[in-house]
Ligand binder design. Structure first.
Ligand SMILES: [Zn+2]
Ligand SMILES: [Zn+2]
Length: 257
């Protein structure tokens, strides 16, 4: 009982905070900002997001962007790095990291899909060393909260972050509502766990838009972060409101939402 109160509960709270930070940086910075250029982020805020990505995810931004843009270029057809339609949702859920690494084995993918994101000095000396960042992130948790609580928090965070983000690629192209006629789906519960990413059908219908909620009943926590930063002029949006693709406009499905 003492172990649960003194170690497990604090580790759960710490992991929740770290995962929320990682998911916020993933959806606002890596996905909506960098991959789709849905907004311009003030360099100081972008730097903080880069730091969070570096310490909490082990992701190199331009690699993530390249794999993600390829997913949009070949959504659920041959060439998609992680399509449940082609591979089955269970495989994508289970092997999301392996599929991501496999996509990066194609040495031309970054040049082809993320040419606009050349390394700067920060990448060269700091953010490009993704394993160092992840190690430092774990070390910070151990120093701040002790080895057992710190390591347990890191373990919980890593598993939840990987599971929910795999969920966007796997569950988010299989289960859920399809208000627009594309293979992706909306799952509000997954959106709560991923700062909005679970509204994935909406995203494929309007990839250049920063807001993933298209109706009052849909909740996109990442959008709250964006509008807060917009109010203090640290973010400016490319489009003020949702901008559907011509295909999405033409093909609002009858499945409803
Ligand atoms: Zn998708
Ligand atoms: Zn996207």
């Amino acid at each position: 009982m003492t172990f649960i109160l003194n170690t497990v509960l604090p580790a759960l709270v710490i992991a929740a905070v770290v995962t929320t930070l990682a998911n916020t940086a993933t959806t606002v910075y890596l996905h909506r900002g960098l991959s789709h250029k849905a907004m311009v982020i003030h360099p100081a805020v972008a730097w903080v997001f880069r730091l969070i990505v570096w310490l909490t995810t082990g992701i190199k931004p331009k690699e993530w962007v390249a794999v993600h843009r390829k997913h949009h270029a070949y959504t659920d057809v041959d060439g998609d790095p992680h399509s449940p339609v082609l591979l089955g949702w269970k495989k994508v859920q289970k092997d999301n990291v392996a599929l991501y690494r496999m996509a990066l084995k194609d040495s031309s993918i970054v040049d082809k899909y993320a040419k606009d994101l050349p390394d700067d000095a920060w990448d060269k000396y700091m953010f490009g060393h993704h394993k160092t960042g992840l190690g430092l992130g774990i070390a910070i948790l151990i120093i701040a909260f002790g080895p057992v609580t710190g390591l347990l928090a890191a373990f919980i965070h890593a598993n939840v972050y990987l599971a929910v983000n795999a969920g966007v690629n796997a569950l988010g192209h299989h289960f859920g509502k399809r208000p627009y006629n594309n293979e992706a789906t909306n799952l509000q519960w997954l959106a709560f766990l991923t700062m909005g990413e679970g509204l994935h059908n909406n995203h494929h219908a309007a990839p250049s838009s920063a807001r993933l909620s298209h109706k009052r009943s849909q909740i996109d926590p990442g959008w709250w972060v964006i509008t807060t930063l917009q109010k203090v002029r640290l973010i400016s949006l490319r489009f003020e409101d949702v901008r559907l693709t011509p295909a999405a406009k033409a093909s609002v499905s009858t499945s409803g939402d």
